[in-house]
Ligand binder design. Structure first.
Ligand code: HEC
Length: 146
């Protein structure tokens, strides 16, 4: 049946198959563009507000500021993570360690800035987790003490 289609015919067949495969791949991963944009925006927030304590590689400072990798807070429940950034944190045991510094509250960041910086953190320093969105931040902020 395909005996006489020639090289041009094969090329067309290959092109059709490759377009079909590309479509499949896009359909499977629809949030990547939004997540990528959020990571890029989040890096800027991190550089401005977080890097002084948690450092560029997310490694923190021993006994002072915790690392943001292999962290059950970063990689765990999103509401708890959002609460940590909006409300700050001190004197808590984190994955079996204690830190002397105080994490300030970041209520003045917008929902988008909080979502972006946490999406960045959850996809940097070896972390690979789903994005945090504005829809994750809003209800947590609404419940925070004013
Ligand atoms: C002044 C230093 C400081 C700054 C600035 C700071 N943090 Fe923290 N952060 C801390 C300290 C100290 C803790 C641990 C507090 C404790 O021991 O209870 C902490 C804890 C955390 C935790 C939970 C514990 C962990 O290791 O996962 C996260 C997540 C976090 N910070 C993210 C951020 C993000 C995101 C920013 C920027 C928006 C930021 N921090 C800015 C000092 C800081």
């Amino acid at each position: 049946m395909f005996k006489n289609i020639g090289l041009a015919g094969i090329a067309v067949l290959l092109a059709v198959t490759s377009v079909a495969q590309q479509k499949k791949a896009t359909a499977k991963t629809p949030p990547t563009t939004a997540t990528k944009a959020s990571i890029v925006a989040g890096e800027l927030v991190y550089t401005q507000f977080c890097v002084s304590c948690h450092l560029p590689d997310g490694g923190g400072v021993q006994n002072m500021n915790p690392p943001l990798f292999k962290s059950s807070w970063v990689n765990g429940d999103k509401s708890r993570l959002v609460t940590t950034v909006l409300g700050g944190m001190s004197q808590q045991e984190i994955d079996g360690e204690r830190y002397n510094n105080v994490m300030p509250a970041f209520m003045y960041l917008t929902d988008k800035q909080v979502a972006d910086v946490l999406t960045y953190v959850r996809n940097s320093f070896g972390n690979k987790k789903t994005a945090v969105t504005v829809a994750d931040v809003k209800p947590v902020r609404a419940k925070m003490p004013k």
